[in-house]
Design a binder for this molecule. Structure first.
Ligand code: 6PG
Length: 268
């Protein structure tokens, strides 16, 4: 019997152009996220012989990655894994997004090393690392025959998180990186108090070309930001980089524990 995901689509989360699913628990959200990512990757490989999956950093995606590693019948030999952003630290540093993805997913699946395109956080020079990643991303897209929209590689799945200030990847509020339309990857500076200040991040055009963009966000504060995208879309887009993200295909927001605990969002 197919288990239907335990989620609702409340009207006060009806973000224009997006589908917003509210889950009672993080676990339910992670299960649905892993299922949809796996489904999209299998379909991409079946239709075009390759899938391009861009991973998010931070802590929210951890459980999704652990569950994705358990998905059966995944064509890992034909799945390219990219990163939406990275902190300028070595890959074995606990603050590294590549470190988290390796621990929870990539060390658990038979993915060829050449299929994983890591941002060189160890290089010590964010501008250089960004330029290298931009070139490498475009190169692998060409080599592996990814489609392109106006010269921008079309990724199959772009996974994103959102910070409490509405940042996504390492696109921070009021950053000039938000206006970047030519480069796909740029250096970034996180605000004081962030885990690591020197960063590398993808830019909005790469998300806008993707077939599916999936946000994962938990807790009442982030839920309130999503509600603002409904009630004050222009102000939300000005204040929150995540609100500026569009997709070339599906835009999906998966929320959990919007009231602070397992409660609202659970189907009866
Ligand atoms: C990063 C992430 C960042 C993250 C948000 C949410 O490098 O920090 O790419 O955009 O998704 O900060 O982080 P949490 O999931 O830990 O709340």
């Amino acid at each position: 019997m197919t288990m239907h995901p335990v989620y609702t689509q409340p009207d006060d989360y009806a973000v224009p152009g997006a589908q917003v699913l509210v889950f009672a628990t993080r676990e339910a959200m992670a299960r649905e996220a892993a299922r949809r990512i796996a489904e999209a990757c299998r379909a991409a490989v079946a239709q075009r012989g390759v899938a391009a999956l861009m991973l998010a950093g931070g802590s929210t995606p951890r459980r999704t990655y652990e569950l994705l590693a358990q998905e059966a019948d995944m064509p890992w030999a034909d799945i390219l894994v990219l990163y939406g952003d990275e902190r300028m630290v070595p890959p074995d540093d606990p603050a590294s997004n590549a470190h988290m993805a390796h621990q929870t997913l990539l060390s658990r699946v038979p993915i060829p090393a050449d299929n994983v395109l890591r941002i060189a956080g160890e290089s010590g020079d964010a501008a250089e690392a960004a330029a290298q990643y931009d070139a490498a991303l475009r190169g692998v897209a060409q080599e592996r025959g990814l489609d392109a929209t106006q010269g921008v590689p079309v990724l199959d799945v772009v996974l994103l998180g959102m910070g409490d200030d509405g940042h996504t990847a390492s696109l921070f509020p009021y950053s000039t990186a938000l206006d970047e339309r030519a480069r796909l990857v740029v250096p970034a500076l996180a605000p004081p108090g962030a885990a690591v200040s020197q960063r590398v991040t993808v830019t909005l055009p790469l998300c806008a070309a993707a077939r599916m963009v999936v946000f994962l966000a938990t807790g009442p504060h982030k839920a309130a930001i999503v509600k603002e995208m409904v009630t004050q879309p222009a102000e939300a887009a000005r204040r929150y980089p995540a609100a500026q993200v569009v997709s070339g295909g599906d835009l999906l927001w998966l929320l959990a524990e919007v009231d602070g605990g397992a409660g609202e969002g659970a189907l009866p």
